[in-house]
Ligand binder design. Structure first.
Ligand SMILES: [Zn+2]
Length: 71
C-alpha cells in the first residue's frame, strides 16, 4: 500500500510544442516538489526550458531544445 503522492508530472511537449517528444521525457521532480512551478524549477536544473504559447506553457526537455531551429 502506497501513500506516496505523485504530485504533478511535467512532460516534454516536443521540439515544436506540437509533436510528441521522441523521448517521452518527463521531469524527474524532487520529492519535495509538489506544484507545477516547483517541478519546473527542478527541470531547469536539468536543462529544461519553458516556452510561452498562446493560452499555455510548453515544457521542453534538453534534447528537444537543441532541435529547435529558431534562435
Ligand atoms: Zn523532448
Amino acid at each position: 500500500m502506497s501513500a506516496h503522492s505523485l504530485g504533478v508530472e511535467v512532460a516534454c511537449d516536443g521540439p515544436a510544442g506540437l509533436d510528441d517528444c521522441p523521448d517521452s521525457a518527463a521531469i524527474s521532480a524532487q520529492f519535495t516538489s509538489r506544484t507545477t512551478q516547483q517541478v519546473r524549477a527542478d527541470g531547469r536544473r536539468d536543462g529544461w526550458t519553458v516556452r510561452r504559447a498562446p493560452g499555455r506553457l510548453l515544457d521542453v526537455c534538453p534534447r528537444c531544445r537543441t532541435k529547435e531551429p529558431t534562435r
